[in-house]
Design a protein around this ligand. Sequence first.
Ligand code: AHR
Length: 495
Amino acid sequence: MQTTEILLHTRFQIGPVDPRVFGGFLEHLGRAVYEGVYDPQSAHADADGFRTDVMQALRRLRMTAMRYPGGNFASGYHWLDGVGPKANRPTVRELAWQSIEPNQFGTDEFIQLSRRMDWIPMLTVNLGTGTPEEARNWVEYCNCPLGTKYADLRAANGHPEPYDVRLWCLGNEMDGPWQLGHVPAQEYAIRAQQAAKMMKDVDKRIETVVCGSCTISLPTYMEWDRQVLEYIGDYADYISLHRYVGNRNGDTPDYLAITNSIDRQIEEMDATCRFVQAKRRSKKRLFLCFDEWNVWYKNRQMDGAGKFAPHLIEEVYNLEDALVAAGFLNSFIRHADVVKIANLAQIVNVIAPILTQGDDLLVQSIFYPFEMMSKRRDGVSLRVVVQGPDYEGQTNGRVTYVDASAILAAGAVHVFATNRATDAAAVVQVNLADCDITGLADAELLTGPNAQAANSFEQPNLVCAQPFADVHIADGKASFELPALSFAALTFRLG
Ligand code: AHR
């Protein structure tokens, strides 16, 4: 069996891994908020109505930046509906998902939950049906000291201390014709610039994320981004990318080769940012915010039919989906110099790593690669050279069977490696050119009986991470065998 070599050098560094790459996304969609994080009727609810079992599971993921309240929902949301005494909050007809929104969970509850979970709040303003002024008022509500209208409203609602929300998305997927209030690039750019200016006038410390192309398949791909970036100029700090993928052709090898396309999407967006920066002769480098990413193709139930907390897009994840989730994170780490924020879409029930059913909770397959990598995320991304057997994906092109990324930490290196082969183990050797590997600190392996194996409430542990000890260290190098369709996260001690 031909060995795959993962070749590293401690001085060939891409850049520090921004912890915010391990972010999440909570939208008022289906059962994400109600019956997800917030469920006062649940046996697991605490005094504030938050589900402690959901919080406990999410804590394992060590999520950082948490995007809220949408998503498509954000483009019809008026934040004032969601603050103040709960009994006075209006119940509204929600158009993005055709659902009923009672506004029992809003800004104050989200901030409270974020504090408990140690999340960095990241709010999306409404630039669909909302106005730049409404966005500016929200910044005042969240961030200003007492003495003016919206800051005083926050205090009247029981929260005198400012929330200090630093990350603000200037709308959601405004290039998508499905978006409430969708407009052409030029018009969005004007709205976004007006909003960003006023928001930064209220609080200079905030950072803004402007809407970039939300899919690679729209005809406006990259042209939208160029126009928006040229107009908004220095008022944006990040540009957003979104990506949902799936095994639509039932072709597992091709599906697992999707990393080529994710790498390419990042590099294309970065190229556009650099092009506009050069054209504007600007010193300001824009970074990428991959604020929605996941597998989503099996469950397309998107019409809430006028119901409260309907079951929408509750995707069930299998082993191959988990390997693709690892592929996304590998790609973000390999591009640590440009991808500064990323948000797994979403966190509970809706295209999520965990599902609730009554008072029960299920951990899905995609939970594990996130957990395995998040606990090893601190450090500097290293350039990774993978040399070994490869194959040609039908649509995604040539890839090595082994996909990898690596992070250099204090006295240690974390290596993440996926074996995409469906029927053969991969023999892997990790070789740090300028440094000896002296031991294995710890390692975990994720695999399962077959590509389509998925956890269920009946069989919750079919696809889950296990300790991985079968690693040999000799002559300063590490070798191990990755089973077919598996993902390993390994931490090595360095000499
Ligand atoms: O995450 C689900 C939806 O996908 C979001 O609301 C939207 O932004 C995207 O199209």
